[in-house]
Design a binder for this molecule. Structure first.
Ligand SMILES: *Cc1c(COP(=O)(O)O)cnc(C)c1O
Length: 221
C-alpha cells in the first residue's frame, strides 16, 4: 500500500513531466484534491501535506464536513458536482468557487447570496444525456449573465468528458474546451482527472481534479 505522501509525490511528478513536455510552467496548473466520499479527516491529512484546494461534489456531504475544515487557513473549497438552483444559497455559503455553473438562473441565484465567489462554467461537450453542463452554443448568453453578477468572478471553463479509461479518447474534449476558452477570452480550464492528467495538461488544463490517484479508490456514495 502506498502512503498518501507517496501518492502526492507521484501525482506532482506526473504534472511536472506533462508540463515540461508541453513547455508549460507546472506552477500554472492547480492540483485540486477531490475529496468526495472521503471523511473530513482526509482533508485534514491532505492539508498537512501542503494541499490547499479541495473539490467536493455534493453540497449536503460537504455541509457535514465543513465544520471540521472551515478553519484551515488558506484552504479553498470548490464545488465540482452538479448544482441545483434550490441548493445554491447553501452552496454559496460553503464554497469559495463553483466550477459547475451551467445556467443564467443559477448564476443569478448564486449572486443573490452576496458572497464573492469564483465561478467556472461547466460545458457539455458530449451528447450523453446524463451529463450536466451548458452546450457550447449557450456560452455567450451564460458568460454575459455571469459578468452581470457583481459577486461572481468568472475564471474560465470546466468539463467532464464521457467516461473512458483511455486518455486519448478524452483528448478531443480537452482540445475542444481549450478552443472554446480561446474563443471567449477565458484563460482557465478545469479538465483532467486521475487517469488523464497528462492529456489534459498537454491540451492546456490549468486545473486538474484528482481524487483516486491521491486517496485511493472511493467507496460508492
Ligand atoms: C470524482 C471527480 C473527479 C476525480 O476523479 P478521479 O478519477 O478519482 O481522479 C474529478 N472531477 C469530477 C467532476 C469528479 O466528480
Amino acid at each position: 500500500m502506498e502512503t498518501m505522501p507517496e501518492r502526492l509525490d507521484a501525482v506532482r511528478a506526473r504534472i511536472a513531466r506533462a508540463a515540461e513536455r508541453s513547455r508549460r510552467d507546472p506552477a500554472s496548473i492547480l492540483l485540486l484534491a477531490v475529496t468526495k466520499i472521503f471523511p473530513a479527516s482526509v482533508i485534514l491529512e491532505a492539508y498537512d501535506m501542503g494541499l490547499r484546494d479541495f473539490g467536493e461534489n455534493y453540497v449536503q456531504e460537504f455541509e457535514d464536513k465543513a465544520p471540521a475544515v472551515r478553519g484551515l487557513a488558506g484552504a479553498r473549497f470548490h464545488l465540482i458536482g452538479h448544482l441545483q438552483s434550490n441548493k445554491s444559497k447553501k452552496a454559496a455559503e460553503l464554497f469559495d468557487a463553483i466550477q459547475t455553473v451551467d445556467a443564467p438562473k443559477l448564476a443569478r441565484r448564486l449572486n443573490e447570496s452576496g458572497r464573492a465567489l469564483d465561478v467556472m462554467l461547466e460545458v457539455k461537450l458530449s451528447t450523453e444525456d446524463a451529463k450536466s453542463g451548458a452546450p457550447p452554443e449557450e456560452l455567450p448568453d451564460l458568460i454575459a449573465a455571469v459578468r452581470a453578477c457583481s459577486n461572481l468572478h468568472l475564471l474560465g471553463l470546466m468539463t467532464m468528458p464521457p467516461w473512458t479509461d483511455d486518455p486519448e479518447a478524452a483528448r478531443p474534449y480537452f482540445r475542444r474546451l481549450r478552443e472554446l476558452g480561446e474563443r471567449h477570452g477565458l484563460t482557465q480550464l478545469s479538465m483532467g482527472m486521475s487517469h488523464d492528467i497528462e492529456a489534459a495538461i498537454e491540451e492546456g488544463s490549468t486545473c486538474v481534479r484528482v481524487g483516486t490517484a491521491l486517496f485511493g479508490k472511493r467507496k460508492k456514495a
